[in-house]
Design a protein around this ligand. Structure first.
Ligand SMILES: [Zn+2]
Length: 229
């Protein structure tokens, strides 16, 4: 049953990387200057995949025990679409107390909008008749912090991260008041994301006719509470 895992591609990756350099190795002395040092103590891809497969086995066993259905029924209709951050500490369905089939979730680092995320929201609103769009930010957001740092130092990261940072930095004024902080930047970024969604051409009619609403909220890591903005 497990013969097809890991798939062929994984094996190629695994055999091409020197063990102990990149992967966890408790006997290796971490060299903080080596770029691979940050990976020490982290699970390797095989261990990570095994964790996920074991988790799914627990999930299906528990659901079967409770008699749950997995597809939520053919008539199940999600009632909200949430645009959230990829942060692992903000498991969207869990923190909102929703089960399978209840909400749609689109996530990107710092809940940055791109065409795919915007298209997903439009899909939920038009095809699935979802009445509510929620932009769910959170405190201690590392993506917002990275943008904050980029503004402070004037250094932008390369690659795809640059796109992310560039979408967040308008929420951070170059000349910041002395009391400006990460929390204010995060709130500002959530407000800007809500405003951008409200301006989206293909959401406007639903918004104008009050078929949908678009709201912003912030999740507090320390107590799990969500505050509407
Ligand atoms: Zn975040």
């Amino acid at each position: 049953m497990a013969a097809d895992f890991p798939p062929f591609g994984w094996r190629v990756i695994l055999t091409s990387v020197e063990p102990g350099r990149l992967f966890s190795d408790p006997t290796a002395a971490p060299n903080p200057l080596h770029p691979a040092a940050r990976y020490l103590g982290r699970p390797n891809p095989v261990e990570a995949l095994a964790r996920l497969r074991a988790g799914n086995a627990r999930f299906t066993a528990r659901a079967a025990h409770l008699g749950d259905t997995f597809n939520g029924g053919v008539d199940a209709q999600p009632f909200a679409v949430v645009v959230g951050c990829i942060d692992a500490r903000v498991a969207v369905e869990t923190v909102l107390g929703q089960g399978i089939g209840a909400i749609c979730v689109a996530r990107s680092a710092g809940h940055v909008l791109d065409r795919a995320v915007l298209g997903s929201v439009e899909f939920a609103v038009t095809e699935l008749q979802v009445p509510l769009v929620v932009v769910l930010g959170h405190d201690d957001c590392r993506a917002v912090a990275a943008a904050y740092e980029a503004v402070r130092t004037g250094r932008r990261p390369a690659g795809g991260r640059q796109f992310l940072i560039d979408q967040i930095t308008p929420a951070i004024p170059a000349a910041r008041p002395v009391d400006y902080n990460l929390d204010k930047a995060t709130r500002s970024h959530i407000h800007r994301t809500v405003a951008a969604l409200k301006q989206a051409a293909h959401l406007k009619e639903a918004l104008m006719t009050r078929r949908i609403d678009i709201v912003g909220a912030i999740y507090r890591l320390e107590n799990g509470r969500i505050e509407m903005l």
